[in-house]
Design a protein around this ligand. Structure first.
Ligand SMILES: [Zn+2]
Length: 354
């Protein structure tokens, strides 16, 4: 990894208290030029490419040369300084050992009592109606909570309390090694107040990627939003026998960032996937305007932080992967637009298909 990985000129200014304005999302306008000292807001640096210039002395900057001019440090000292900035701005990707430590099994996770599909109970209608056969229920380890499915959570006051998962499909969430580290319960009765229920005191889904254990080592991945989108895409991949393509779920329309140095977030999981051979990530969220714009932003974040190729795919309007036929998923995948530069981003934004 390089000295500047994940670092933008904006992070650099924030860390150092350098005065700047943002005339647009990708542009950082800096008050004082560290080279000529002019303080009339003549330095403009692109926050995506980190390249820019002073309109007075004509110095061309990138984040590295800007930092060098700003600090006056030699090579060694500058490297340490940039590392400090990245650490402080929470941009350091944890080492392999830290990643492994953080992705450890959640020690006291005891799933609520549930019935195994195809063994204790027939594949439920709720799943069948979504095109999920017994084969896929088993592949995704889905289970049925029909009675006495209690999970004991620890409350914020430290006191234990019970959550009932009765009437829900239990969806185990695994880490990259296939160990269950969290779960969700999806109501199948249509009567529950909350469609999804989450245990508290367990790895939050927003720090995990659904189905990552099956995507491990694959060069290309589709990133869907929810669990049932992922299953639908997996069915499409299998049905059309698409090679070298896997699917994961992000549990939301943005990627979690680390809030603490030891915790891992979705970006770190993608980074580990990259280490194991991932080359391209294609984001495929719901077929609507805001989801598409969010996907562009998320793709940009992934590309900038870990340097893999990113793309955004558009499903038919108003549809999610669970509501289309496999051919629609494949078509959206083939026609996805790349998000690898400022130019790509602007182009993708201006050609939002919804
Ligand atoms: Zn200047």
């Amino acid at each position: 990894m390089g000295l500047l990985d994940g670092l933008t000129i904006k992070n650099y200014c924030d860390y150092n208290g350098i005065e700047y304005k943002q005339p647009s999302e990708n542009e950082v306008n800096i008050k004082v030029c560290p080279h000529c000292g002019n303080s009339k807001w003549k330095v403009y640096i692109n926050n995506y490419s980190n390249i820019g210039t002073c309109h007075v002395c004509k110095t061309v900057y990138n984040a590295y040369t800007f930092a060098r001019e700003f600090t006056g440090y030699d090579k060694g000292k500058l490297a340490a300084h940039l590392k400090d900035v990245r650490r402080e701005e929470k941009l350091l990707i944890p080492t392999y050992t830290d990643y492994r430590k953080a992705v450890r099994e959640y020690k006291n996770l005891r799933l609520p009592i549930a019935k195994s599909i195809g063994i204790d109970i027939a594949n439920p209608n709720y799943l069948k109606n979504r095109g999920i056969t017994e084969h896929y229920s088993k592949m995704f380890d889905l289970r049925v909570c029909d009675s006495n499915s209690i999970y004991v959570c620890k409350g914020s006051d430290g006191e234990p309390y019970e959550q009932s998962y009765d009437g829900r499909i239990l969806i185990p969430i695994k880490n990259i090694d296939g160990v269950i580290v969290s779960f969700q319960g999806r109501d199948y009765t249509g009567l529950a107040e909350k469609k999804y229920m989450f245990p508290s005191g367990v790895n939050s889904a927003s720090t995990l990627l659904y189905n990552i254990d099956k995507a491990k080592g694959c060069p290309n991945v589709i990133i869907n939003e929810g669990v049932f989108d992922v299953i639908a895409t997996q069915i499409a991949i299998d049905k059309l026998a698409i090679p070298d393509l896997a699917v994961v779920g992000s549990f939301g329309k943005h990627f979690s960032k680390r809030t603490d140095r030891l915790e891992v977030s979705q970006i770190e999981h993608l980074n580990e996937m990259k280490r194991l051979g991932l080359k391209t990530a294609t984001i495929m969220w719901d077929g609507e305007k805001d989801a598409y714009n969010d996907a562009i932003k998320a793709a940009e974040t992934i590309h900038r932080k870990i340097g893999i190729k990113t793309r955004v795919a558009a499903l038919p309007s108003g549809k999610d992967p669970n509501e289309v036929i496999p051919q629609d998923i494949w078509k959206a995948y083939l026609n996805a637009v790349k998000i690898d530069s400022t130019f790509d981003i602007l182009k993708a934004r201006s050609s939002n298909p919804y």
